[in-house]
Design a protein around this ligand. Structure first.
Ligand SMILES: [Zn+2]
Length: 232
């Protein structure tokens, strides 16, 4: 699902204004508000397409994203003066700090005004979609982990070095034991592929993580640091 590609844009969940409500049908984004200092994160990797100060958006940054062949553009408004970290043409990574929540432009109280456009932004905002619908996955992750939003902004990855010729993976139902052949799911060959990389889905036991493999499906793998595996 496309929504899985976006993360929550700040470290507070306090939504104060939703997308195109009955009261404000021309509000084409969501407002997330909190006092204090709050980082603003790029919701996905992309290229900065606009960066300026306007009467409405205040200090703002626009980022263009290409996700599975679809162009998206995100807008981050009312940022603190002097906090913008990128200029037009800069490449940004998902989760990268792009500014700090502020109160610039047409804003009454500090908040982030965030817009998501499926397609490019335009003055009539015809491509605007409800950001919360796309950020739902990120929200439910935050809630189920009881985490602060910025902690889930990047998923942990497992890297198996190309120096490793073979790496045993295990079935999910019981703890991996090296000599228990009944428990083997298969063998990965990192050296054959110049190293391998997986997204960590779970950490069921100490030094064991669950990954999705192409050949063996979901498996457990032993990743103590002595093995040469890197979690990042
Ligand atoms: Zn707003």
């Amino acid at each position: 699902m496309e929504g899985e590609n976006f993360i929550w844009p700040t470290d507070t969940l306090r939504v104060t204004n939703r997308f195109r409500t009955k009261e404000r049908p021309t509000h084409h984004g969501v407002d997330i508000a909190e006092s204090g200092t709050h980082p603003i994160f790029a919701v996905a990797a992309g290229t900065v397409s606009k960066s300026y100060r306007s009467h409405s958006y205040g200090e703002c940054t626009f980022i263009e994203h290409q996700i599975n062949g679809q162009v998206y553009e995100t807008v981050y408004g009312h940022m603190q003066t002097g906090s913008k970290a990128f200029k037009v043409g800069d490449k940004v990574n998902q989760g990268e700090l792009i500014g700090v929540m502020g109160n610039t432009g047409d804003s009454h109280g500090q908040h982030l005004h965030f817009e998501l456009h499926r397609g490019k932004w335009n003055a009539k905002k015809t491509n605007a979609v409800d950001p919360l619908a796309y950020l739902e996955k990120s929200l439910s992750l935050i809630r189920s982990n009881n985490d602060t939003p910025n902690k889930v902004r990047t998923k942990t990855k497992l890297y198996l070095p190309k120096s490793a010729r073979s790496w045993t993976v295990y079935k999910l139902d019981k703890p991996p034991v090296k000599n228990d052949k009944d428990n083997w799911a298969g063998v990965l060959k990192p050296s054959k592929f110049g190293g391998l990389q997986y997204e960590v889905l779970a950490k069921p036991y100490q030094d064991v993580v669950t990954i999705q493999t192409k050949d063996f499906g979901k498996v457990n793998i032993y990743v103590a640091s002595v093995t040469g595996a890197v979690l990042r």
